[in-house]
Design a protein around this ligand. Sequence first.
Ligand code: UTP
Length: 227
Amino acid sequence: MKIVISLGGSVIVPDGINEEYFKKFAGFAKELHKRHGIAIVTGGGRLARKYIEPARRFGANETFCDLIGIEATRLNSRLMIAAIGEDTNSEPLGDFETARNLVDSNKIVVMGGTHPGHSTDAVSAILADYINADLLINATNVDGIYDKDPKKYRDAVMYEELSADRLVDIVKSHSLDAGNYKLIDILAAKVIQRSKIRAIFLNGNNLENIKNAIAGKKFVGTVIRNG
Ligand code: UTP
């Protein structure tokens, strides 16, 4: 299978760098790569926000702040490349053509942000479409998509399945401000809907669970139903 994994900043840089996670995930990706085509898109998360917030106070506009965010995602890509070490690109990729060529030549692709106006969720959805991926995994620090924020509400209920139309509906009112995307960005949701991408939202901290999702075994997460 060809698999795109979107690694949220909340997992790789929850506050500081989660070095242990980088190491574990790199080993996990190399293991998966023995049987699958793998592309990893790294988020910027807290690192991005640490730079975006003062820049905004200095009066920088949203596009400027997005560009700062992109730098953060690329810095995380660079670290993931270092952790993987071999069989991967040497520079964080910023374009889909190179990414596709490298997946086709059996490299583990590591990519960060590309353009202002969306998050790495959209990058991973577009990449999944462009390389004809069999599966897009969106890994964050919560178990899936909930009816309300599970970090705030103890009675939040996780959806085991959600239609792409409903996903678009949920995110369409969310903020597009730099560093402030909740759940996923609208572009990502629309691309998943338009291209009928098989997508799963799950907790990136549980690698065994990701393995089960890929293997078609029982796992915890939200599956996006298309059509
Ligand atoms: P993230 O993809 O990490 O966004 O990119 P996020 O959703 O806010 O954070 P996490 O990782 O899910 O916690 C960080 C920021 O970089 C800019 C956006 O401002 C985004 O919020 N960015 C990223 C872009 O403008 N374009 C991109 O392609 C990627």
